[in-house]
Design a protein around this ligand. Structure first.
Ligand SMILES: [Fe+2]
Ligand SMILES: [Fe+2]
Length: 190
């Protein structure tokens, strides 16, 4: 194939316009480099958005830890189905934390993973819960707090930072599912 003159001709024909495109992309990248990831069209206050993102990061970390704790404790009291639900939520909260950290870096900030102050930065609380029903109830409360704060953040971001807003909208939808799952579990126990 590579020896066929036809194929080589086609390759050299397509090479030039392709190189031209890359050159333009490189030029554009260089031109806008000094602006960082935040361009002139960025309408939000970057410091405020970074603070909101870092508080949300703390929330997601605390939620991951709480669901992890509940997963292992529920397993210990032979509630495999509930434990599996907790494990699934822990995994999703971890994904939220990762996506938020990624966005912080994109905006030129630094994700705050410091364990000190995690509790105060987070919106939701780390509650261990004495029994299975307590655990489910604490998770439901935490999800409801996350839902309300994320909704506020979405409202604040509006059209000012659409990418961050979309991220929060997507996370919010998952938190609503989580709350629904916990409400269902609780209903079967009360
Ligand atoms: Fe989450
Ligand atoms: Fe959640």
């Amino acid at each position: 194939m590579a020896n066929s003159p036809g194929a080589q001709g086609a390759a050299s024909q397509s090479r030039d316009p392709f190189v031209m495109d890359v050159r333009k992309i490189r030029e554009d990248a260089r031109k806008h480099m000094s602006d960082g990831p935040v361009t002139q069209s960025y309408g939000a206050d970057r410091e405020t958005v970074l603070k909101l993102l870092n508080d949300a990061l703390a929330t997601e970390i605390v939620c991951t830890l709480r669901y992890k704790r509940h997963y292992f404790m529920a397993k210990g009291i032979n509630s495999e189905a509930v434990a599996a639900e907790f494990a699934q939520h822990a995994k999703e909260e971890q994904e939220h934390a990762d996506r938020i950290a990624e966005r912080i870096v994109q905006l030129g900030g630094e994700p705050d993973f410091a364990p000190d102050g995690l509790r105060t930065r987070a919106h939701s609380e780390y509650k261990e819960g004495g029994n299975l029903t307590d655990m489910i109830r604490e998770n439901l409360v935490a999800e409801r707090i996350a839902i309300d704060t994320y909704r506020e953040i979405v409202r604040y971001l509006g059209e000012k930072d659409v990418t961050t807003r979309r991220l929060f909208e997507e996370i919010l939808a998952v938190e609503e599912e989580h709350a629904d799952d916990m409400a269902d579990l609780l209903q079967g126990r009360e």
